[in-house]
Design a protein around this ligand. Structure first.
Ligand SMILES: [Cu+2]
Length: 214
């Protein structure tokens, strides 16, 4: 299953490469450039770096380390960083930039271990939004009637130093303000939308209603 997910998202990432590469071309696009063949590896790495770092403000993304998926489906460092931040593309192709606390959290989440208690408040950027996540199940990969699937626009994610600090926030994301994702799990964190959540708000409650009728 894991393998299928990995190869599927690798395919999605590859599909996104030509568009990204063109977007990030510094020179105006000439027809001769567009027809020019480049080594596939270099082209996709550059595109992956551009996409991953776009999740953070430019001043952070510029100097961040970048992780992406290699041809073998494993995560590898595409570029070293100098500012302690790490930007990456996850299996779904969503981009995010994580500080040190979030990097430790991410390692724990990927290996299904208890994350270390953050020493300082952790901050992560997902300024390009995501393709969706369950608000209750940290490992759900697709919407289900009972898993509160939420598609988020641009947002910031906060890891408090003490889990009890999560209690002041709702789990309802439809109001447009901060909410807690994955409450009651070791991976609970605060989602802070930076634009309207209207798109996901109209979708999620309808799914929930359908589930309640059964
Ligand atoms: Cu996020």
């Amino acid at each position: 299953m894991r393998r299928i997910v990995a190869s599927l998202s690798a395919a999605l990432m590859l599909a996104a490469v030509p568009a990204m590469a063109q977007e990030k071309t510094k020179n105006p696009p000439h027809s001769s450039h567009e027809g020019m063949a480049k080594p596939a590896g270099a082209k996709s790495d550059a595109a992956a770096i551009a996409k991953a770092t776009s999740a953070a403000p430019p001043d952070i993304g510029r100097n961040a380390a970048v992780m992406g998926m290699g041809a073998d489906g494993k995560m590898k460092e595409l570029r070293a960083g100098t500012n302690g931040w790490m930007c990456m593309l996850d299996l779904a192709g969503d981009s995010m930039c994580l500080d040190k606390e979030w990097q430790a959290w991410g390692d724990a989440w990927m290996s299904k271990k208890e994350p270390p208690k953050p020493k300082t408040v952790g901050v992560a950027y997902m300024l390009k939004g995501d393709k969706g996540a369950s608000n209750t199940d940290p490992y759900a990969t697709k919407p289900a009637a009972d898993n509160q699937w939420v598609v988020s626009g641009p947002h910031i994610m906060i890891l408090p130093t003490d889990a009890s600090q999560l209690d002041a926030y709702p789990t309802d994301w439809t109001k447009g303000g901060p909410w807690v994702m994955w409450k009651g799990t070791p991976y609970a964190h605060i989602m802070v939308p930076t634009t309207s959540m209207a798109k996901s708000a109209s979708k999620a409650p309808a799914e929930k209603k359908a589930a309640d009728k059964k």
